[in-house]
Design a protein around this ligand. Sequence first.
Ligand code: SF4
Ligand code: FES
Length: 373
Amino acid sequence: MAEEIKKEAPKLFKVTIDNKTIEVPPGTTILNAARMIGVEVAPPAMCYYSKLEESGGRCRSCLVEVAAGSTADPRPMPKLVASCRTTVMDGMVVNNYSSERVLDARKGVVEFLLVNHPLDCPICDQAGECYLQDFSYEHGKTAASRYEFKKRIFELEDIGPYIKLHMTRCILCYRCVLVADQLTEKRVHGVLKRGDHAEISTYISKAIDNDFSGNMIDVCPVGALTDRTFRFKNRVWFTKPVDAHRDCDKCCGKVTLWQRGEEVMRVTSRKDPWAEVQTIDGKPAWICNDCRFHKKKINDWVIEGPTVISRHSVIAQGHYEGMIKPKETLPEVMGGRDPKLLMDIRKVSGVNSVDISQLPGPATSETFKKKEQ
Ligand code: SF4
Ligand code: FES
């Protein structure tokens, strides 16, 4: 009789983070164990991106304190560790938001990330969905920066037909480089030079031009890589995100449309609560440039319904699901006339009517010419 082979269930490691305990498979990082517990204990992450191999370990925003290494060796770790690169041990005890030391160190990390940052949020297209903005708001110091030297300055750069690089905003997280390495056939950009001179750029005169390059915009946690077909056309909090899909032979075709009225201002991949591209049918739902840049008409898409923005950000504030419109009373007091609550400002302002979403670049004063009387 064949010997019965009894498979032992893999042993799970017990880890406690901010007094909450969870059991996770060996090899899980502290950051992912914390994400499994929930947003209330998950450390911020500016460079780690679970769908990109080799990401993490570059920004230090995810530092945590290991108060006990394991059941076998309960000594604390002497230094704070990067939770995205440190795996759990059985019996490990971790302090994140409950540690003054961690919170203080994070203030320093924010200060460092902002050392060369232009703080141009009022004119940055990423404002409202920028992780650096949220990170500095939640973890930064209230005092001014101690940095006295001039900040680094770079010319704006078109890297390919669809992407504008604002190097001054880059925090060198390497996510876009990893996207180029892992998603596109030939990488033509990367981090050139080192130390204080390090910058993202393309090889001389090369342009990023391939079907999946637009995903670099989605992974950039700041406003360094912006969508040239969307920049300066709207503020993200004025737009209405809806889930939509189309049949696409290059990608999954499942996207979020960002609408202003009926216009599709922008198309992005769908994001999870960690602002990473969602996993759909077991695969990261990266989208192709065709869906992102060339399908800006509402009838290119099958609308599924409002997107639920579950991340902690100003863009999560625009809830309109289940909205109940107030009962209209004005016609009653206006002798039956409808109020022009939904008037198209461009139609009544006397300037030409332009479909902003169809413009190849930003709208300027030249776009809006006064109509011939
Ligand atoms: S451009 Fe954006 S994604 Fe690329 S390294 Fe800089 S911050 Fe990261
Ligand atoms: S998220 Fe861990 S070092 Fe950047």
